[in-house]
Design a protein around this ligand. Structure first.
Ligand code: SF4
Length: 194
């Protein structure tokens, strides 16, 4: 119940080791929903490789309660759009989204799904939000698994707060704000060693 701290009141009598908590039903429901997401992966392109990496034990999807894929939209509530969407796929993606039951959420995995990426041409859709609503955008070509997990946690936070405004995953380290990153330090150490 630790996650419900902001909305729950824990009642402990003096000298007791256990007690009970009060909360709002909506908060409890949101807490359960965010830890029991059933994903429908709509994988079309090279981001799929990174999606497999995120699904591997190293990054451990299970701890978010969202590792079980459902390949029927009627049984899933989180649509992962992974990769480039071309115009011919657009109606299919829209139909899959419409077949999902409410409440449902959408995550754009990678730059192509988020904005079309460098495929600035007549054949590609310039971001899935041209077709369906999107809750979280995870930029990157492809995004690092850590960024994807950040996106998932951002979505969980939105579900808990009932926030349907779209969110964008920001880099963990902003190279402008923090130029002395680990990568820069590594390069410097290698250069000085030569
Ligand atoms: S964002 Fe990059 S890796 Fe992902 S589908 Fe587009 S081109 Fe491929």
């Amino acid at each position: 119940m630790g996650e419900l701290k902001g909305t729950a009141t824990s009642i402990l009598e003096p000298g007791q080791q256990s007690g009970f908590a009060t909360t709002k039903f909506e908060s409890l429901l949101a807490w359960a929903q965010k830890y029991s997401l059933f994903m429908n992966p709509f994988v079309t392109a090279c981001c799929g490789m990174e999606f497999m990496a995120v699904s591997s034990p190293r990054y451990d999807f299970s701890r978010f309660g969202s590792e079980a894929p459902r390949f029927s939209p009627r049984q899933s509530d989180l649509l992962w759009v992974v990769g480039t969407i071309v115009q011919r796929q657009a109606p299919i993606l829209k139909r899959i989204y419409e077949q999902m039951a409410e409440p449902k959420w959408v995550l754009a995995f990678g730059t192509c799904a988020s904005s079309g990426g460098f495929y600035d041409n007549y054949a590609c859709v310039a971001g899935i939000d041209k077709i369906i609503p999107c809750d979280v955008y995870v930029p990157g070509c492809p995004p690092r698994p850590e960024a994807v997990l950040d996106g998932l946690m951002l979505l969980q936070d939105k579900i808990q707060r009932g926030d349907r405004t779209p969110g964008i995953v920001k880099p963990r380290i902003d190279p402008v704000q923090a130029p002395d990153t680990a990568l820069v330090q590594l390069r410097r150490s290698r250069t000085s060693a030569v």
